[in-house]
Write a protein that binds this ligand. Structure first.
Ligand code: GRG
Length: 290
């Protein structure tokens, strides 16, 4: 199966499972369940849950072993997007091609929808009751907490409008973005019952992939569709955002993104045919255009 068909197929399965797990919009209190579903569907690229599945499959597991965890990761990712869009944080009006949750439901419900998705992620992990569920929970919440996603977000906010070192920018990118991507690949390995070496390899694969992903995201803001990029770049500059091209220049940023991408592909390709999809994802990540 080629990468495009693989991604499409996995996205469908993930959306089906998310819809099964999350409370129906007809369940009382309706507004919060509608807001959660509004932000989760139709969703974005679903790169994190797809990675969890691809890593599980590369290590001999099956989609059914990991799908619940993959959904829990997407819930955490979506909660972080809802909160990031709030006026107190990035103050974005749109997300995933439609009004941001706080624009559609108001700030209070948006905060609660983010909180509820975070809470549901834990319920989902516990209910799945996998033999490795404690390790999976520790991995997911370490990487989402102040030692991961939240830590990166805090440093990003505190660095706004300041000139920061490349060490600080790497800390932000590693924690805000690469941590959740890396733990997706790691959780895939844990769900497959992989050995310590393979779990560690998937963690390293994910860190490299996550860095390539975020630096490419920074680059796309500069290089992408001229109109959109111009608008976004102006917004980033006015908000004093710190980005790779801002600190290292465009050419060097492209070079570094490719380096991370190559390193991820090298790890994945050491798994031969089984690592094919992970290798293709790594090769694609720094070439993506959206
Ligand atoms: C509020 C705790 C907290 C964290 C917010 C996610 C986030 C941290 C900020 C959003 C802004 C941003 C550029 C984050 C970097 C990570 C990133 C590129 C998120 C977008 O991920 P995609 O492109 O989104 O995978 P989709 O919509 O495709 O799922």
């Amino acid at each position: 199966m080629n990468l495009k068909s693989y991604l499409q197929k996995k996205r469908k399965g993930i959306n089906r499972k998310l819809s099964d797990i999350l409370p129906r919009p007809t369940k009382y209190p309706y507004e919060i369940h509608r807001a959660m579903r509004y932000s989760i569907f139709p969703g974005g690229k679903r790169i994190r849950p797809i990675l969890a599945i691809a890593s599980c499959e590369a290590l001999g597991g099956k989609e059914k072993d990991v799908i619940a965890y993959a959904c829990a990761i997407e819930m955490i990712h979506t909660y972080s997007l809802i909160h990031d869009d709030l006026p107190a944080m990035d103050n974005d009006d749109t997300r995933r091609g439609k009004p941001a949750c706080h624009k559609a439901f108001g700030e209070a419900i948006a905060i609660l929808a983010g909180d509820a998705l975070l809470t549901y992620s834990l319920q989902t992990i516990i209910s799945a009751n996998h033999k490795n569920f404690e390790k999976i929970a520790i991995c997911l919440y370490n990487n989402s907490s102040t030692t991961g996603l939240i830590g990166g977000q805090v440093m990003d906010i505190l660095s706004e409008g300041k000139k920061i070192s490349s060490k600080t920018l790497n800390y932000i990118h590693k924690n805000k973005t690469a941590a959740l991507i890396s733990c997706s690949a790691e959780i895939g390995a844990l769900s497959a019952g992989a050995n310590l070496k393979d779990v560690e390899n998937m963690r390293k694969y994910g860190i490299n992939l996550g860095m390539a992903f975020q630096i490419t995201d920074d680059i796309l803001d500069v290089k992408g569709d001229e109109k959109k990029a111009g608008k976004k770049l102006r917004k980033d500059l006015s908000a004093g955002k710190n980005t790779y091209p801002g600190l290292h220049g465009l050419e060097k940023s492209i070079h570094i993104a490719k380096k991370y991408s190559r390193e991820a592909a090298k790890i994945a390709s050491s798994y031969g045919r089984k690592g094919k999809i992970l290798t293709e994802i790594a090769n694609f990540i720094s070439k993506r255009t959206s």
